[in-house]
Each structure stands twice: as C-alpha cells, then as structure tokens.
Design a binder for this molecule. Structure first.
Ligand code: FE2
Ligand code: FE2
Length: 336
C-alpha cells in the first residue's frame, strides 16, 4: 500500500468527525478490538470506523488499479520473453489486488460504482507514487524493488487489521507483493552484474528518480498524519509511518549494496546509537504537490482510467444481461 500516504483528508479541507462521548456500544466495540477480535461485515460498528475503512480500502483498491498503468506501459517493450511473461503476471496481480479490495470495501455497504465515481471525480485519492513516469526499462525493476518493497512494509501490518475481510484480502496480496519485489530486484541485479555500463547507468538513473518518492509512500511524519491516532486505536493501522519508513530504509541500504547502486542521500549513514540509518530531509512540498494533483502524470493516469471505464461499458452491460438471462433460466427450471 499504498494507504499510509493517503491520510490526507484534513489537509484537503474535510472536517474530521466531532469527538463524542463513547456510548456503551462503542465501548464494547473498542474492547473487542483491544482483545484482538476481528470485526466482520454484519457486526455493529461505529459509523466513523465504517467510513474510515471504506476510504482506506477503496483508495487502496484505486492504487492497485492505477498502479497497473506505469508498468503496463512496458509490457510491449520488455527486453526478453521471460521478462515480458513476468511483467504480464505482475500487472495482472495488481488488477487482482484491486478486485479483492473493491470486494472487501463493498462488504461495508458502498457500491463499486460509487467508489469508482469518487476516483474519477477526484474525491478519492490513490497512491501518489503512480503519478511518476516510467521512462526506461530500469524503472520497471526499480518499481518492483522499491515501490513494491515499500508496499510490503506498509501492507504486512494490514494482515492484522481489525476488519476481517480487509485483513484476509491482505494475506494473499502480501504473498504476491513479495514476488513483485523479488522480480524487480532480480531484473536490476541482472543488469548491474552482467549488463553493460549503459545498463548500469540506466539503473542508477532510475534509482535517482524513485528513491525519494518511495520514502514518501509511508506518508507524512506521524505528527502530521491526520487519521493516525484514531486508526491505531481501532486496529486499522498497527505501526506508525516513521517506524515503517525507517524499517524500509534499513533494509534498502543493504540491498543497494548488493546491487551496487547509490541511494543519492549524502546524509544516509548508520547511527550506532539508534541502531538505524539516519537520512536526509524528505521534500514534503513535493509530496503535497503530487497528492494535490500536480505530479508529472496525474492527469494522464486519471484520463486513462476514465477512458477504460467508458470503453469497457459494453462488457459490463453484456455480463449483466447474461446474468439476468441465466437467473431467468434457473428460475424457470426450478418452477418446472
Ligand atoms: Fe499490489
Ligand atoms: Fe505489487
């Protein structure tokens, strides 16, 4: 996920729900969550919990679907049959993740049409990382290594999210994400260890462009993250943005050494007292600019999704007509 970086509602001018004295029902609900129980779709839940989840799960679903676009751009230009087959499978996986997640959000009583409408009219966000372009083949490897790598860090705690349908969807998603991460690393390692100098330069140039946006995927520092505290209490979010970002940096530094790439941060160094790597400042102005709609590819990405929805309308209509015909046949067979 792609979800930490989207805790942005207050920044966009949506008022957060007023703090009310918890009713007995709410207290019982919070006690269930504190005891580690899962909430299921038919259980009572506070309205704000339901809305928070619909927002988070639908934005996660949108991110998976929009995330198919930057890499899909390279399927026809993959350098070998093997890389093409891997990339096709990966992009299909992302489509599948979107479908599980839309289905999980639908269990909360919001239709897929409503969610897609919110994406298309700009009300709902998707992860800003997908508003950056894929300029070279190395970008596909770097997305697998860093973007899917950051997604795994974000998503593993969601396998223990308090809402059962979301948590269960995330278990399968995470397994597939680790394949995505490894295929990206493998593609880069092939170029760095056996490639030409031009290929090694291409990998380094792609790392230069993706490193900082990957760190932004964890969202703003915890103190500025709008929904963090409530989401923690409700077991929707288990680990803070800064801690996850730090874990990602510590892992990536070691992997970068194996690849032989530079992470473009002169302040990146091991701090023995903290037991972690220190890093340079993140450009949050860039982050908010891209979240706000002014990234390099925001308009293209949204236009591509709207076009796909319009061009696919006949498929949805045909599927509905087929389902109605089938239901009518079944009803007739039962009546006979
Ligand atoms: Fe995914
Ligand atoms: Fe992925």
């Amino acid at each position: 996920m792609y979800t930490q970086a989207m805790d942005t509602a207050a920044r966009e001018g949506h008022a957060s729900a007023p703090e009310l004295a918890p009713t007995e029902r709410e207290q019982r609900f919070e006690a269930r969550i504190a005891a580690g129980e899962y909430v299921e779709s038919k259980d009572w839940m506070p309205d704000h919990y339901r809305r928070t989840l619909v927002r988070q799960i639908s934005q996660h679903a949108h991110s998976e679907i929009v995330g198919m676009l930057p890499e899909g751009n390279w399927i026809t230009r993959a350098p070998t049959l093997k890389r093409k087959a891997i990339l096709l499978a990966k992009v299909q996986d992302e489509g599948g993740h979107g479908l599980y997640l839309y289905a999980a959000a639908e269990t909360l009583g919001t239709s897929r049409d409503e969610m897609i409408e919110a994406l298309h009219n700009g009300q709902a966000k998707y992860s800003s990382i997908f508003n950056y372009p894929t300029l070279t083949w190395a970008d596909v490897g770097v997305i697998g290594w860093l973007v899917d790598g950051a997604a795994i860090m974000n998503q593993i705690p969601l396998c223990r999210c308090s809402y059962g349908p979301y948590a269960r969807a995330m278990i399968r998603v995470c397994r597939e994400e680790s394949f995505h991460q490894r295929q990206g690393f493998d593609a880069l390692y092939a170029m760095m260890s056996q490639g030409t100098q031009a290929q090694r330069d291409m990998v380094q140039e792609a790392v230069n462009r993706w490193w900082w946006p990957s760190l932004m995927m964890f969202g703003p520092p915890d103190g500025e993250s709008t929904h963090s505290e409530q989401s923690m209490r409700w077991g929707i979010k288990r680990i803070g943005n800064d801690e996850l970002r730090q874990k990602f940096i510590d892992a990536a530094v070691e992997q970068a050494k194996v690849l032989g790439v530079d992470l473009q941060d002169p302040q990146l160094k091991w701090n023995p007292e903290r037991g972690h790597h220190d890093h340079g400042p993140i450009d949050w102005d860039e982050f908010w600019r891209v979240v706000g709609g002014d990234g390099p590819c925001n308009r293209d990405r949204l236009a591509a999704r709207v076009r796909a929805r319009e061009e696919g309308a006949w498929v949805r209509e045909a599927a509905m007509a087929h389902a109605r015909k089938r239901a009518a046949c079944d009803a007739a067979a039962q009546a006979a």
